[in-house]
Design a protein around this ligand. Structure first.
Ligand code: ADP
Length: 292
């Protein structure tokens, strides 16, 4: 069982953007969802944890390894899957994994062959192992990405916006694979897609403007909103007026008309009906008000 502890982490870019603002998080084995709108600071945090950039102040430890000061040690126990895994298109899945294993220090040929076969089976690409990755679908490429992230027996796997561009079937398969991996190590899944977190994560944080605005289980976040979310379908022309009158947390089109969710302690009347809160309500409530 590993523990990642991030304390008062700060980062301001040279242009003055404060991307990390006193970030504190404790994360242990399992799938951890880091949710936030674009520009929230997720990638800045992921890049810092992956030792790809430095923080200005604060600390981050995996067990007793100092991430900010011992990047080489961290890289030994880190698996990183960036948004788009840039594979070398003309070589086979098997060759890629073999190559990356060498880079990660698995020098014994037999050991490497066993590892590559094991990984190919794990991500369900064994049958395709001798095919060029060039012809792989987006989901298959992401599975190669997960396989390479698993080389070296990592304690921490960081996955940045992994499902962009995957079709629903591929997304499902990828989710199942992540969930399986997440039983053994810490997996941080950074995403702006609420559904990814809803389906996968036992613990989560929501980030906005560089700050952690929620940290806890999805279930606790939902129950904090119980009885407070109200829904109404309105006309498009009424939208601005409703936004002035109510605390509108989201609106989406349903059958061509806007359906709004508002946050209110008491029944707002006026045709609103109470609905069970969903994670999207949590997300929008937290990023609108930060403190609810
Ligand atoms: P997210 O991953 O949640 O979209 P980022 O960490 O990429 O957020 O960005 C956080 C903020 O920092 C944004 O305002 C972004 O424009 C800014 N930012 C990110 N990288 C840099 C950089 N290298 N230089 C200056 N500003 C940056």
């Amino acid at each position: 069982m590993s523990q990642l502890k991030i304390t008062n982490l700060n980062k301001t870019y040279p242009n003055g953007t404060r991307a990390l603002h006193d970030v504190n998080l404790e994360i242990s084995n399992g799938m951890f969802g880091l949710l936030g709108p674009n520009g929230a600071g997720k990638s800045s945090l992921m890049r810092t944890l992956s030792t790809l950039q430095e923080a200005d102040s604060g600390s981050a430890f995996i067990d007793d390894i100092d991430i900010l000061n011992k990047p080489k040690e961290v890289r030994q126990i880190l698996g990183y899957l960036p948004q788009e895994f840039g594979v070398y298109p003309r070589i086979t899945a098997s060759q890629i994994l073999d190559h990356i294993s060498i880079l990660k220090g698995v020098t014994n040929r037999k050991e490497r062959k066993d590892l590559v076969d094991y990984l190919l089976q794990k991500v369900n690409l064994y049958k395709e192992r001798n095919k060029s990755v060039k012809g792989f679908s987006g989901g298959m490429k992401q599975r190669v990405g997960i396989a390479q992230a698993l080389i070296g027996d990592p304690k921490l796997i960081i996955v940045d916006e992994p499902t962009a561009g995957l079709d629903p079937g591929e997304r499902n398969r990828f989710h199942n694979l992540l969930a399986e991996v997440g039983q053994e190590v810490i997996v941080i899944l950074s995403t702006h897609i609420v559904d990814d977190v809803k389906e996968l994560c036992t613990d989560m944080a929501i980030m906005n403007f560089g700050k952690i605005v929620y940290n806890g289980t999805p279930a606790d976040a939902l129950s904090a909103l119980n009885g407070k979310v109200w829904r109404k379908t309105i006309e498009r022309s009424e939208k601005e007026q409703y936004k002035k009158m109510y605390n509108v947390i989201s609106d989406k089109m349903v059958s061509g008309r806007p359906q709004i969710h508002v946050l209110a302690e008491n029944n707002p009347g006026n045709g609103f009906v109470n609905v069970d809160p969903n994670l999207e309500d949590v997300f929008f409530t937290r990023i609108h008000t930060e403190t609810v």
